[in-house]
Ligand binder design. Structure first.
Ligand SMILES: Nc1ncnc2c1ncn2[C@@H]1O[C@H](COP(=O)(O)OP(=O)(O)OP(=O)(O)O)[C@@H](O)[C@H]1O
Ligand SMILES: [Mg+2]
Length: 301
């Protein structure tokens, strides 16, 4: 079987709020290809002509889809998958409708609520203000948390893009990785252990490895969760998977509310694949090899 590992490259210039290397999926793609003898790795900036000529030159049976931001634009993430659907090429991971839905936190929350998956409540303080259409913790800072109406007004005023305002959940935070063909058969749970006074994963906590926030937000998989709690966390994550009709693999971010109920805060159908973090770490912590995971994804495409 011919597999093409297709990944996006950073654009020539990036938005000043972000770092170019956030857009480089090269390491992720090479770690995928290392498990697939004979696979071809191709990095694209993401112009449609470039994608079409690469696909027609390689004629893959399956594309391992590591396209996050064609032309540096995260909003085009679903379009790469849609192009493959249009061409009739099999590919790994979720389809374009799921990817498009999950890019908008306000819409995906409405879909989850309709499917009776618990999400943060509305009209409660403290609340958090976050951009509706970003990921990678872009636009998330300490003062995204608002204790009262004045703070909320100030936080809203900092954005000129659609935002989500929702209950700020004060409980433990988990990253639940799920994988399976159509059903989320396998799960692995990590916890962000907030230290000092850090209360959330800011942009710095996610990307700036020299920052205090990064040091104060280590992720651990060495968890001894009570069976009931573990089950309720996995049930919420699986509910999210089914509500958005994910495929292949996905990461769901969950926090506990003040009563200890898990609520889904973020659904990532195209999560980070780089070695040592995200889904790569999660599958290895669950006792799988990365090779088994990658091959399984190709088979499930
Ligand atoms: N409702 C909430 N209650 C408590 N904390 C929240 C809430 N929403 C977001 N956060 C905090 O902000 C962080 C980033 O939010 P979120 O996961 O929604 O954004 P993101 O940019 O999509 O993140 P990424 O793509 O990096 O996973 C979360 O990891 C969490 O720490
Ligand atoms: Mg998140």
């Amino acid at each position: 079987m011919k597999v093409l590992v297709l990944h996006t490259l950073p654009p020539e210039a990036v938005d000043e709020r972000r770092n170019a290397w956030e857009f480089d999926l090269g390491d992720a793609a090479r770690s995928v290809a290392a498990s697939l003898p004979g696979a071809v790795v191709a990095g694209v900036r993401g112009r449609v002509e470039e994608m079409l000529s690469l696909l027609s030159k390689n004629q893959p049976d399956v594309v391992f889809n590591a396209c996050e931001a064609p032309m540096g634009r995260p909003a085009l993430e679903a379009h790469a998958a849609a192009l493959l659907e249009w061409l009739g090429v099999r590919f790994t991971g979720s389809g374009s409708e799921t990817l498009a839905l999950c890019r908008r936190k306000d819409r995906v929350n409405a879909v989850m609520e309709a499917a009776q998956v618990a999400v943060p409540r509305k009209n409660v303080f403290p609340c958090i203000v976050k951009p509706a259409g970003e990921d990678g913790s872009v636009g998330i800072f300490h003062d995204s948390i608002c204790e009262d109406a004045d703070a909320l007004r100030r936080a809203r005023a900092r954005f000129d893009v659609p935002v989500v305002v929702e209950e700020f959940l004060t409980g433990r935070e988990f990253a639940v990785s799920l994988w399976g063909r159509r059903e989320p058969d396998y799960a692995s749970i990590g916890e962000t252990q907030f230290q000092k006074n850090l209360r959330l994963n800011t942009y710095a906590a996610k990307w700036e490895i020299e920052s205090e926030d990064f040091a104060n937000s280590p992720m651990t998989y060495d968890l001894e969760l009570e069976p009931d709690l573990r089950e309720s966390i996995i049930a919420a994550a699986r509910g999210a998977w089914r509500a958005v009709e994910a495929r292949g693999y996905m990461r769901v971010d969950i926090r506990l509310d003040s009563l200890g109920t898990p609520r889904v805060i973020d659904v990532n159908p195209n999560p980070e694949l780089s070695p040592g973090v995200g889904i790569n770490r999660a599958v290895i912590e669950a006792g799988w090899t990365w090779e088994r995971f990658v091959r399984q994804q190709v088979e499930w495409a």
